[in-house]
Design a protein around this ligand. Structure first.
Ligand SMILES: [Zn+2]
Length: 215
């Protein structure tokens, strides 16, 4: 999970909601393109085109999903408009939902409506995890709620994402074993930057691993 600094909601989306309100409050089932595409694009720019949970590359296409921090089903009563609130949105990968069966889902599709004990909008979210060189995500302080988040809420050790992390981290382990502290810091700095609006896939995993292994 990477800390996300959210930008502002696209004007086209806010204008569309205002227009809806002439007749009725805007609802999720009314939300379509071009507004939906604009919202996805804004979320992707906020996130550097990586999934809000696992960090896999995502693009502005139908396989990228708009995820609700507060689940849609809980957006009722005074919270009704949270279902259509940009600040409640994140962009998630489709959690391997389209992979051939038997598939192991993760991220948005595994989570469904479960509660998030920490979200990507919390600046501490990156520091509660550790990653082994085998690509396994663990709770840094063995906290039960974070273990539950990893295993039962987001399934962050699902095969596809675990294998991808392993591939990235084994390469880093080999590359940086003989490098200086300065070089490790330079790499961390580089991984912290977007290039052409994009973070490197799973950059926060690499940063966390380099910090905890070599510094
Ligand atoms: Zn994901």
């Amino acid at each position: 999970m990477k800390f996300i600094v959210k930008g502002s909601s696209p004007q086209i989306f806010e204008d569309w909601k205002e227009n809806c309100r002439v007749i009725n409050e805007p609802r999720w089932d009314m939300f379509q393109n071009p507004e939906k595409e604009s919202v996805k694009e804004a979320l992707l720019l906020d996130q550097g085109y990586i999934c809000c949970y696992c960090g896999l590359r995502i693009e502005n296409d139908p396989s990228t999903e708009i995820e609700h921090i507060k689940p849609k089903v809980e957006c009722t009563g005074t919270d009704e408009q949270k279902a259509m609130d940009y600040d409640n949105f994140l962009a998630s990968c489709n959690g391997s939902q389209k992979e051939p069966k038997p598939r192991i889902t993760h991220c948005n599709n595994f989570r469904q409506n479960k509660h998030l004990v920490i979200t990507p909008l919390n600046e501490k979210c990156e520091s509660v995890f550790l990653y082994t060189s085998k690509g396994i995500t663990i709770s840094k302080d063995s906290t039960e709620s974070i273990k539950k988040l990893i295993e039962e809420v987001l399934n962050l050790n699902a095969t596809k994402i675990k294998n991808k992390r392993e591939e990235i981290l084994l390469a880093l382990e080999n590359d940086f074993a003989t490098k200086s502290e300065e070089e490790v810091k330079e790499e961390i700095h580089a991984l912290s930057q977007k290039i052409n609006d994009r973070f490197k896939e799973m950059c926060f995993v690499s940063i966390n691993f380099l910090q905890n292994t070599f510094l």
